[in-house]
Design a binder for this molecule. Structure first.
Ligand SMILES: Nc1ccn([C@@H]2O[C@H](COP(=O)(O)O)[C@@H](O)[C@H]2O)c(=O)n1
Ligand code: CDI
Length: 182
């Protein structure tokens, strides 16, 4: 078994929605980022990479690389899930906490869980999405941005297989064809 944790922050900027867990959530602001700014997925990617001791999201997708400009973060998650499979691990469970005053996360948590589970090739019941405010304290409390924490546990459930870096549809096909309980 391997454990990993991840943390990310993005500041609010211009816009009228935020991407969180692959869900487009209407809001009074957007998130400033090189990619789509999905702070939930970035924290989850870092937790997966941390569990595998493979560095961090910026090592795999440098924020200076124009290829990742405005890219949807589910691409990054599929890549990390493929690395997990390549190294012979499956997700036991993931537990995520989103920290912000607004937007409210509760109404969107189930849709986020479904997206994240689909991208990691696991059951929705293995992915938890929680939220909290910081009681108006600190940068999240002042409404300056969103923070997210992720913890994952990986189980060695299958032999390692070779995975070539690939486009999102190919990564999705790879994740889908590996049964969660295989
Ligand atoms: N952005 C958020 C923040 C919180 N929630 C939900 O509200 C509950 C109470 O939050 P406190 O910070 O006052 O403890 C929390 O447990 C979440 O269920 C939310 O949906 N979105
Ligand atoms: C996701 C990446 C992609 O270039 O950029 P950002 O969207 O700015 O997000 P951040 O969490 O600051 O950095 C990680 C980068 O890999």
């Amino acid at each position: 078994m391997r454990i990993g944790q991840g943390f990310d922050v993005h500041a609010f900027g211009a816009g009228d929605y935020v991407m969180l867990g692959g869900v487009r959530v209407p809001h009074t602001h957007g998130l400033v980022a090189h990619s789509d700014g999905d702070v939930v997925i970035h924290a989850l990617c870092d937790a997966l990479l941390g569990a595998l001791a493979l560095g961090d999201i910026g090592r795999h997708f440098p924020p200076t690389d124009p290829r990742w400009k405005d890219v949807g973060s589910r691409h990054f998650l599929l890549h990390c899930a493929a690395l997990m499979i390549e190294h012979g691990y499956a997700l036991a469970n993931a537990d995520l906490t989103v920290v912000c005053e607004r937007p409210r996360i509760g109404p969107h948590a189930q849709a986020m869980r479904e997206n994240l589970a689909a991208d990691m090739g696991c059951a929705v019941g293995d992915v938890s999405v929680k939220a909290t405010t910081t009681e108006q304290l600190g940068f999240t409390g002042r409404g300056e941005g969103i923070a997210a924490f992720a913890v994952v546990l990986l189980e060695r459930r299958r032999p390692a297989i070779a995975v070539e870096p690939a486009d999102p549809p190919a990564l999705r096909e790879l994740v889908a064809r590996v049964e969660p309980d295989a």
